[in-house]
Design a protein around this ligand. Structure first.
Ligand SMILES: Cc1cc2nc3c(=O)[nH]c(=O)nc-3n(C[C@H](O)[C@H](O)[C@H](O)COP(=O)(O)OP(=O)(O)OC[C@H]3O[C@@H](n4cnc5c(N)ncnc54)[C@H](O)[C@@H]3O)c2cc1C
Ligand code: SF4
Length: 343
């Protein structure tokens, strides 16, 4: 096979893994990333569930794997077109690139928590997102309460912007339950006299080691789990936050005063391809609320309209890092097989 070219859009874990895999198969690759540095959301995280592995230990091998591969940083791809056998990419900074195939690894955007006005995000400084809490753990963001405070009280709200018809997101974001459990334990380790409460609808501990972590949070770290939705957050004295909720298992209303309220924000697709995108139509309308589907479920049948356009990673739906890496490797083989048919 003569050396063929693939453009990868997005240098998150999926894009980095796919680039390394394709290069190892003898394919020429260039990566386009809208941010100033590669790594996607992974570079924002502190410790990974379920074993608290430092996120840099997962990121560094991915970055090492793309050494020598051309990466265009600060280059947001705004247009993809197809002409005969060739794909053309155009980025906001005026870069043009031609390739034999395109792999979209555009991942997700975090749900904008200010859309849930009842929680007061962006209004009360003590209301933060799960992503911001990762930055506090990493020392990149100040804590919204005095750290010398005795016995800080911290609450976590699950399903913010997920499983919520009003927000237009009916899907479960999959990783936020276990992230809340992991973060609750981290808080208890840092602030040994803290009181931590998680408010959930139901807990989805789907992965290996997740259920054990949930057990550990309750038994070893005394994290409290309350089944019930928070109705609202409002300001209390001296910068604290008052929350109202209903414990639906006990059937009683609750009022708590907290020093910090963490909103477990869900994932939304960073790029949506729809039938309106002409020949780029990939996903079925209504499938996964805008995430891109590349195959029929349970069959190897492709949904591609134009051969040569592939998708991998969390742009196909909420996914953990191991799931993302596996998917990127699998799709790279699909891309390679497609290129073989062209050569
Ligand atoms: C709060 C939180 C904590 C998490 N913690 C864990 C954890 O502990 N363990 C775990 O396994 N998983 C965790 N995850 C999930 C993990 O972040 C994802 O599995 C992973 O980031 C998916 O990688 P990706 O490459 O598909 O997408 P992303 O990480 O979103 O990367 C996509 C990349 O594409 C770029 N991009 C998008 N559009 C364009 C465009 N038009 N042009 C150019 N570039 C573009 C973006 O800038 C980004 O760099 C967590 C998720 C959340 C929300
Ligand atoms: S993983 Fe948990 S917190 Fe996240 S959307 Fe699903 S049920 Fe809600």
């Amino acid at each position: 096979m003569s050396q063929q070219k693939v453009a990868i859009v997005g240098a998150g874990p999926a894009g980095l893994q796919a680039a390394a895999t394709l290069v190892s198969l003898g394919v020429s690759v260039e990566i386009f990333e809208r941010n100033g540095s590669p790594g996607g959301h992974l570079k924002q995280w502190h410790a990974l569930f379920p074993h608290f592995q430092n996120a840099t230990h997962a990121l560094n091998p991915l970055l090492n794997g793309v050494k020598g591969i051309t990466m265009h940083l600060g280059s947001k791809v705004s247009e993809i077109s197809h002409n005969g056998n060739t794909w053309r990419l155009l980025s906001d900074d005026g870069l043009k690139y031609e390739s034999d195939a395109v792999l979209l690894t555009t991942g997700f955007n975090l749900f904008d928590a200010s859309r849930k006005e009842e929680y007061g995000y962006g209004v009360y400084p003590g209301v933060v997102t799960s992503a911001q809490l990762e930055e506090m753990f990493n020392g990149q963001r100040p804590w919204p309460f005095d750290k010398s405070l005795a016995a800080p009280k911290i609450g976590f709200v699950h399903c913010v912007g997920s499983r919520d018809v009003k927000c237009g997101n009916r899907f479960c974001s999959k990783v936020c339950c276990v992230t809340a459990v992991k973060q609750a334990i981290e808080i208890r380790k840092r602030f040994s006299d803290s009181a931590v409460t998680c408010f959930y609808m139901d807990l989805r501990m789907y992965g290996l080691g997740f259920e054990e972590l949930y057990h550990e949070a309750q038994v070893n770290h005394q994290v409290q789990f309350i089944r019930g939705r928070l109705s609202e957050a409002s300001p209390a004295v001296s910068g604290k936050i008052q929350v109202k909720a209903e414990d639906t298992l006990m059937g009683r209303p609750l009022k708590l005063t907290l020093d910090m309220l963490v909103l477990m924000v869900g994932m939304e697709p960073a790029v949506k391809l729809t039938a309106q995108n002409n020949h780029l139509a990939l996903g079925k309308p209504g499938f996964g609320d805008g995430f891109m589907a590349d195959r029929e479920l349970n069959t190897p049948e492709y949904l591609q309209v134009t051969p040569g356009l592939f998708v991998a990673g969390a742009c196909k739906g909420p996914a953990s890092l191991p799931d993302t890496i596996q998917d990127a490797k699998a799709v790279s083989v699909d891309v390679y097989n497609f290129l073989k048919t062209k050569s």
